[in-house]
Design a protein around this ligand. Sequence first.
Ligand SMILES: Cc1ncc(COP(=O)(O)O)c(C=O)c1O
Length: 517
Amino acid sequence: MKKGKQLKAKEQPENQATYSLLLDDDDYFIDWDRDAAGVQCFIDAGCFPYKAARTFDGTQMVTIIEAQVVAKDIKVENKDSGKVIFVKNGFPIVVCSSGLLAIRGMADIEGNTLLPFEKIRTSDKMMGIPFNKPFLTGNELSYIQQAVSSGRLSGDGMFTKKCHEFFQNKFGFRKCLLTTSCTDALEMAAILLDIEPGDEVIMPSYTFVSSGNAFVLRGAKIIFADSNSLNPNLDVDSLEPLINRRTKAIVVVHYAGIACDMKAVMELADKYHLAVVEDAAQAIDSYFEGRPLGSIGHLATFSFHETKNIQCGEGGMLVVNDDRFAMRAEVIREKGTNRSAFFKGQVDKYGWVDIGSSFLPSEIIAAFLFAQLENLDQIQGRRKELWNTYYNEFSQLDGKESPGLPYIPSYATNNAHLFYILCKDESERDQLIAEFKRNNILAVFHYLPLHKSPYYHFRHDGRNLPQCDRYSEVLLRLPLFYELTDEEQQAVIEVVKRFYQKLPEPRTRFVSDALIR
Ligand SMILES: Cc1ncc(COP(=O)(O)O)c(C=O)c1O
């Protein structure tokens, strides 16, 4: 069992002592207060469960074997045998003889009764702020129920059609095909473009692994391009020298849902007869010069992974804007068969006509997704509100200590997929992440450069990609999700402001709520 460091008195006004406990394995700490009402305890920051912490009950040291957050509907076991109860600002800390430490519900100072968590005043409510929390609109289960009742659960049923129509009507996409992920949609794109060994595909190094992997699976060599200095999107000026006779396609990634310069990309593609795939995984409901992202390249791919604005756990979509690919896309998605044409009555039997795989999702996934799509405007509204609040608050930070903010070119819109700040360097970012962690807020960095990845670094042609490296080191994503409350967002903002303005620590910090669900 690990032991905490020595408890030490920080201050000792009359009838009160405050102790800090620094745990060995990290820098979380717990403050312990003792006052006239009895011994009280306050978890100051950190992650749960705490293990092997030591506490102070006023007269003796008590060793906690296991510390565990007890959710509102979980009873504290052996509560009669545990007699040490601490309450701080309405937060009960119950140490049972079993060694459990409970941080939930309300406990009276004498007894062991836990009241429901809801009864704790909001101002006292301890919070933990996750990075993301998938939002449920409320209709997901009933639509899944409808799909189940219809007796048609495999792909391309009623809900898949509804999703396709939604995208085609709202964004004017030529042809939409739901897939089980954006990764799958990218793999379909690589097959559709007949990528073969010896072909080269240009894409940013600052992207998710699937953008590259899908083409590597077909034997392509990836030619990584750098990001631009204003945002992590491709530096379009660096593209032309990368094109040669082996180049077959350019994959653009609209990072954070902010458009790449599609005019420049499409002109280059036309000039050299290249295909363009928009990796629009993050770019639903975002625009380039008024045109929806995903409608400009020959092919485009979307993700509905749970981290995306519209999600179904795992899911994706291929958009076919060039009619030359439309029929074959259906075949590839259906294991290389013309089953889709058969169901439409276009052929009288179906068989194996091409390569492909099982890329289509079941109706259960489509039903879930449709419930989300119906609420797109509402979801986008709230996300944009949160995004703007971050932006406005941080814009007011002045001085050289303030973080860099997202740059949105005049040709692009913002779909509030993610909000990032740019730190001065990696060390500053590490410190800020640690500061968030101490406040029980999860802020996360993003991609590691693909050109330096263990898989690809020795395949890369050796060019330096300094902007990609920089974003990889300094970019930090802040919590942004539909159900993030104003209060929670203010807590996030406060951490950033305190960090950059070197303001004193507040006495109260935010402690886990959502993290333990
Ligand atoms: C740019 C980009 N491309 C592709 C993907 C893969 O998406 P999926 O998880 O739906 O396969 C992601 C996922 O986050 C992404 O951000």
